[in-house]
Design a protein around this ligand. Sequence first.
Ligand code: ADP
Ligand code: ZN
Ligand code: ZN
Length: 743
Amino acid sequence: MIPAVVQIAVPTPLRRMFDYLPADGRHAEDYLVGTRVRVPFGRQQLVGVVMGFSPASDLPATRLKKIHATLDDQPVLPADILTLLQWASRYYHYPIGEVIQLGLPVLLRQGRPALPRRVLEWSLTPQGQQLNDDELAALGKRAPRQAALLSSISLAPGQRADADTLDREHTHWRAPLGRLQANGWVEKHERAQLLEPSGPEPDEPQSGHALNSDQRQAADAVNDKVDQFGRFLLDGVTGSGKTEVYLELIRGVVTKGRQALVLVPEIGLTPQLVQRFRQQLPCRIGVLHSGLSDQERLTVWLAARDGQLPVIIGTRSAVFTPLKSPGLFIVDEEHDLSFKQQDGFRYSARDLAVLRAQHAQVPVVLGSATPSLESLFNVQQQRMTRLTLPQRAGPAQPPRLHILDVRHQPMEAGLSPAMVQIVRQHLDRDRQVLLFLNRRGFAPTLLCHDCGWLAACPRCDSHLTLHRSVGRLRCHHCGTEQAVPRQCPACGNLDLRSIGAGTERIETELAGLFPQAEILRIDRDSTRRKGSLEDLLGRIQNGKRQILIGTQMLAKGHDFPNVTLVGILDADQGLYSADFRGAERMAQLIVQVAGRAGRAEHSGEVLIQTHHPDHPLLMQLTVQNYAACAAQLAEERQGAQLPPFSRLVLLRAESTAVDAPLAFLVQARQHAESLAVGGVVCFGPMPAPMEKRAGRFRAQLLAQADSSGPLQHLLSVWIPKLEGIKNKRQVRWSIDVDPQEMF
Ligand code: ADP
Ligand code: ZN
Ligand code: ZN
């Protein structure tokens, strides 16, 4: 049958595609799948993407609208990315129109042409080149600006000057340049700008280290499967040279003219990684990070799609970057929470990278020193091959971990006397000390010593954090800010005291305790200004006698060769968490922070302060290793039938009305029960661990099953029921498939 209507993904929260009629004089099949079109939608005009055709619509033809305009001659989204986005929309149950939008760079969402930025350049014509010295001298007298322009152009690289170059060297150059063109001495060219203007030409590649035998084995195992799908877990202790293995694999892929996509948690935090890639790979590298302009992002995206960029490094959303000939997918620090989007379209970039590799029939490598229990489970199920790098590369020794019992100890600057003494020893040897405290600000809260008033956030079930240097109280959950009161708002007393310590307070107190050391604080507050993190990292790189105090920003992949002592000031925060993944995260964080110690020739030690020195998790980490700890955690999860031994879907609801979310979820549960999908168990509803946040009350309902099949089945029949629940009180709800955080 001849298709009569075009199915279009339109960016709306409705969970379906929309039927449109072809524009006058065109047929449905004239439209290509993957091209953008402009369509009327309600009173607006929206940019949609052609997804398919159908012989007829469910709607009567009189109600169908016509496509207004076609925006592309060729599909902007290649077929494999369309398939991936459709799969993700179905699996995460997020509206197809919005998912397709998120797969496009911002400028393409807005309907702008799918072209890289055009750059204008000017060169001399043959006539211009033939001007002799006399003629030039005459021109210099008559029209000095024109003569100066001629000289700039002939001296420019490749004898072509672009507008940026002329801007740097001349003022008001456009009119004289126009006269040079009119005289036939200069001609204009237009070329597509491939990468950011300052984008370095590939440096002379520096060869890295020759791989050691563990690295060699790991690389060979992946290379053996280079033209087929294979999932690998590169399980290598911190400093074992995982990055060198990635580089080796990427070189192989690039040599064959194929592309590698590397996903990392946060590029801004680890400029060193990108630098190493640039230095060691003999090719152009596209970096997708949050600092790019929309135009730069589009340019990299197009270059990746058209096969002009052999290597792309990016964070979570880069998983949707189209590649002309994919050869390898890498997810570095695969355990990191940032790969799972926590709002809106809640996808896992790690899991989608695996799916892409499977579709493309190429290997995917997930790397970590602290693999997630999910990945370890996949190894156990033989769905994934584990490659281990059990030792640090080069001369570095693994750090030794010790527990410091701080019960009954007098604490100074958050340090017990034993810690103070050891810090001093390391500083005396001109080394650096890294202190880790996952709490920024001066103090977690402010208390009135007279009446007990606490600075609470008016919009959350939480305290306001004191930021003394800026004189503000801030909520770390909703961003509410207030000036620090001079007297108690409840009783007027002046005796307001800060309770507990954050990095800002420790920083101040350390300065008093260790006057001989330079104290550097690294957290989101101290690195807010652009470039300040780079400055700090630069000072640390060659520093001596420094104490680095910071939050988990310090845990991420940095290589600080002179750090020989890592102190974890408070390990107790994660031991008793409301989230069943709390212990896993704490273990990962401790091992990652510990991994910053002793990465060069000096060996390192790690001290963990705790009030629970006998806690089994800490015992395993210190006496054994992460693997032992993970095995123990896995056993507990299996006993409780929690992931990875089961699958979960979380239905969250929130509202400004206190009872509305629970009332909504009670109905949701009734629907789930009446649908009676076999193998699914519901838990709840229950209030979220932090019930009130940013002025909204939150609750959740959990559905669990042995595998994802029953849950997917439930969602497909349950969501239409949820959409039908009458919630006059404006409940907002969302579905989280494979949730990573339980609140
Ligand atoms: P990871 O990514 O596992 O943390 P890196 O790749 O950053 O480890 O390597 C840690 C350190 O060891 C780096 O300084 C790196 O230069 C060095 N290194 C890596 N592989 C080797 C090797 N085969 N021989 C000598 N040094 C190496
Ligand atoms: Zn008071
Ligand atoms: Zn708040």
